[in-house]
Structures are given as C-alpha cells and as structure tokens.
Design a binder for this molecule. Sequence first.
Ligand code: BES
Ligand code: MN
Length: 462
Amino acid sequence: MEKAIQLLKDYVSHASVSNNPDAAEGMAGARDFIANRLESIGFSIEIMDTPRHPVVVGRYGYDKPGSEHWPHVVLYGHYDVQPPEPHELWTHPAFDADVRDNRIYGRGAADNKGPVIVYTCALENLFNQYPDMPLKIIYLLEGEEEIGSPNFSLVLERLKDELSEADFVLLSDTGGPDDQQLVITTQLRGLADLEVKVIGPSTDLHSGLYGGAVYNPLQALTEICSSLHNPDGTINVPGFYDDVVPAADWEREELGIRPMTEEELKHFTGAPELFSVPGFSPVEAIRFQPTLEFNGIGGGYQGPGPKTIIPSEAFVKITCRLVPDMDPFKIQELVKDAIESRVPASVKVEVTLGETGYPYLVVPPARPNTPEDQSSHLAKAFQLVDRAVEAHFGKRPLYLREGGSIPIIADIKQATGKDTILLGLYTPDDRAHAPDESFHLGIMEKAIPAMEDIFKGLAGIA
Ligand code: BES
Ligand code: MN
C-alpha cells in the first residue's frame, strides 16, 4: 500500500489538465510517468500521436511464444484530469496529493489516476510472482477523456484489428454508493449537444424608442426553452422517447438492494427538493430516463443596475443525456426541428449541432435480457470480477445502470464488437470534477488484491 500511495502521489503531481493549452508540461509529465510505470513492470510502450494529446499504448505478453492463443484483455484509463479551479476551495493544493481521513486528496486522485495505479500495482505483483503469466494485455491510456475524446476515433481506427482479436475491455472509471458496496456499471448514458442562438435586431435597441415594435430575443428564447419540457418534466420533443429501451425488472430490483437513497441524493446535490418524471423515483430517473438540460443561457445586459434595451441576441447551451437505444444524431435533429418550428417569425434562430456520444449497455450473464450470443470470454470475466469483489469486499457487486457518460465505450463496441466490464471504484464522496477530489484508501487497499484475482483468473492461474 505504501508504494501504491507514493505512486499515486507522484502521478497526481503532474497537472495534466487536457483542456488547458498552458498545461503542456503537466500533460507530458503524466504521460511520461504512466508510460515509465508500465514499462518498469514489463509492458512495451508505444506513444500514439494525435492532433492534440497522445495515447499511451502498453502491450504485455505479445512477444512470448504461443501468446497468440492466450486470453487477451484490453485495459483503458485516462491520464488527463479536469481543471482544478477554483483553487481557493481546496483544503490542500490540488496537485500536491495529501493523505488524510483514509483518503488521498488531489485533482485526478480518483478520476482516473487512482484506479490506474490500482491496476498497475496488481499487475506488478502478479508479474513478479508469475513471470510467465499467460495473459496478453493491451493498455490504452488516453489524454483527452475529460474533453470528450475528440481524437480517440483515430486511435481506434489504427488499433481496430488488434482490438477485435481481444476478448473484452476492462476498466474502472465509474463508481458506486459507498466504500462497502461496489458496482459493476452496466450502462453509460449517451450525449447530444446543441447550441441555440436567437437573433433579433441588428444591434441592442433603446427599449423606449423601439419597445413594442420589435420581438425581444430573450423572450423568444425563453419561450422556446420552456416549451421543451411538459409540466410533469417529460421532454416535449416529438419522437424523443421512441427508441428508449425500458429497464428489465431485475435492473429495478438491483437498484432497490442498495439504492442511493433520496436522503443521500439530497445531501450530495444540496438541492432543496428532488424532482423526477412520473413513474420514476429520482434515483431511477438518473439511470433509466433521458434528459434535456439547459447548461447555460445568456444574452442582453448583465452589468450592475438596469439598462433599458432590447438585446440583439440570446443563446442557450443544451445537452441531452441518452439511454439505450437512442441515437444522438437523430436526437439532435429532433430537438433542432422542434426548436425551429417554435420560433416566432419576428426573430431568427440558428441551431448548431455539437458533440455526440452513443449510450452503452452491457448485460451480465444469466439475466432475462442477456443477449443469446454473448461471448463466453465476457461471461467468464463477469464471473471472475463478481467473485473477486465478493472475496475482498465481503459483498457481491451490484449491477447498475449509470447516468454518466464515457462515449468511447460504445465506439469500441461499434468498431470491434467488444464489450466492456466497468468495475466502479469511486464513491460519491470522491467529489470527482470538484474541489477536494479524493480516492478512498480502503477501496484502494482491497481493490489491488481483487484485481490480482481477476487477472489471475483470466490467465487461468488457480
Ligand atoms: N468517469 C466519468 C464518467 C462517469 C462517472 C460515468 C461516474 C459513470 C459514473 C467521465 O470522466 C466523465 O466525466 N465523462 C463526461 C463525458 C464527457 C464526454 C465529457 C460526462 O459524463 O459528463
Ligand atoms: Mn471525469
């Protein structure tokens, strides 16, 4: 453990903020750190350049005789982190990892540097113990996950054939309700991003000289926005729900075993009251329903005191979270059409389509909705993970759909046919993306031997 903690401290010290062009040094530092770490335990390293941040590719076991018949796993992680700001809300500097309260604090300590250190420590222990371990591994470490993986498809294209030969993908970049109950994430929601601009008069106008004669763009925009939901919170866009696959009964029951309670949800969100659409509790709605959110809205005068104008423009940023089998491109078109059909003739509207990500669903073996053609490698791996979690955490993992997104998982499935097992190691207290992010040391301590069991099982070592 001491070694794992020290490694994580070193890794966190590289400020790898992918969206900040001034953070080149931190990005290179984190990249070199993880490449050296993999190399030092026995991986061969290839750095794949992209237009922005390279992907570190580590391979293990490839050059050993007979390895073409060995089990073959793809591991994934990301070495970039979210921006640390606002710095003043950190108890201790964001890139100087601090151990306290059985946690290690720092930007990226959880998301995603902690789990990657867990995996490399488990592998190091095993490679030392079994120098001829019959397992082929390709480890992909991306540097652009936190900015939506704009270049990952290039890497996927180049590695497509190799990844198609692997058995399945394994990673930890999701979480569960607390440090006692681990979760295997079975769903990631997709994303569809749009920006809407309403354009009125050619400049801001004096509202006394022209008010009454010109339609106000902020009024038009807010009318459009408020038309996009019904009073009960459902989304008022024709066709929006057409492709939603309802959750199976067992998925609702699983969520009932250790739901994040509404009290916890209120605590973590700080919202005065929770709200969800009819037929779904708030905890269910996060996992089983799509959303349409306004992420930011603006236009007109924002300074102190009043200003008597009719603004010339107004904008809103919208993202939708999508559940299987919604298609992000179709959703973008449906929302765009709904908006365009609701604009008063007295203003103009421009809808710009942004990022997209497909939702992903993987059903574990022996459930009513398990696909009949599920690969035996995947089924076996699910069992290994399940048993290892039970052995080291005392309880079997729950299989839960999740509300967050990792769009490349659906892309990997589409390009290679390979499914992903997502073993969540985060807890809500980790504060991913927020000040005082941390990783739970109890989880780290149990997850290292659990991962050893999983890799051993994959390699067929009893
Ligand atoms: N690791 C998260 C996603 C996540 C967290 C999924 C917990 C499920 C449970 C990831 O780093 C993330 O934040 N993704 C972004 C997506 C993106 C395209 C920027 C998200 O979900 O907003
Ligand atoms: Mn993240």
